[in-house]
Write a protein that binds this ligand. Structure first.
Ligand SMILES: Nc1ncnc2c1ncn2[C@@H]1O[C@H](COP(=O)(O)OP(=O)(O)OP(=O)(O)O)[C@@H](O)[C@H]1O
Ligand SMILES: [Mg+2]
Length: 147
């Protein structure tokens, strides 16, 4: 698996005309490059979708889960990609899905005011209309968030 921009793919049915609002996804490696690649992908897609005002929020709700996924997966499955997907809901809202195969679950932590980390999912929760995660077959899970 190469982690270049050609992995950015628009999925569509054969009879669909090309659409700038198509379902797109990006595969990134579980390392420190992942959040930056995810942010760049999301920013570009939000501009293409005509929602530049949501770009900052979009970058945050996608990159925090990607940062988590990369950190949690790196030691266990270093060659498996993390997949970032951006779709529009039936209400036309952006929905971000981050799929990884790391063990464990995303859990908001109660952190003290002095703690330097532990607020990523709290930020996602503050910015997204809703978010959650779902287990999928094969030890895979997806963290999703909608703006
Ligand atoms: N994809 C994931 N797989 C397994 N565990 C996860 C995953 N995402 C998050 N977690 C767990 O949820 C916890 C809370 O995540 P959160 O992003 O809120 O804080 P953090 O990553 O520890 O700190 P920060 O985001 O501030 O760097 C993590 O510490 C980790 O234990
Ligand atoms: Mg985090």
């Amino acid at each position: 698996m190469r982690y270049m921009s050609e992995n950015l793919t628009t999925r569509k049915r054969d009879d669909d005309p090309p659409s700038p609002t198509g379902d797109t996804f990006l595969s990134v490696p579980p390392n420190r490059e992942a959040p930056g690649l995810a942010r760049a992908f999301v920013k570009r897609r939000m501009r293409e979708l005509g929602m530049p005002e949501l770009t900052g929020d979009a970058a945050l709700v996608a990159s925090e889960p990607v940062t988590n996924a990369a950190r949690e997966q790196a030691d266990h499955f270093p060659t498996e990609p993390i997949v970032v997907r951006l779709i529009l809901t039936s209400q036309g809202r952006p929905r971000f899905e981050v799929t990884d195969c790391a063990p464990g679950s995303p859990r908001r932590r109660n952190v003290s005011s002095e703690a330097e980390t532990g607020r990523g999912l709290a930020l996602v929760s503050a910015v997204a209309r809703r978010w959650d995660f779902a287990r999928r077959p094969g030890g895979v899970k997806t963290v999703w968030a909608e703006l």
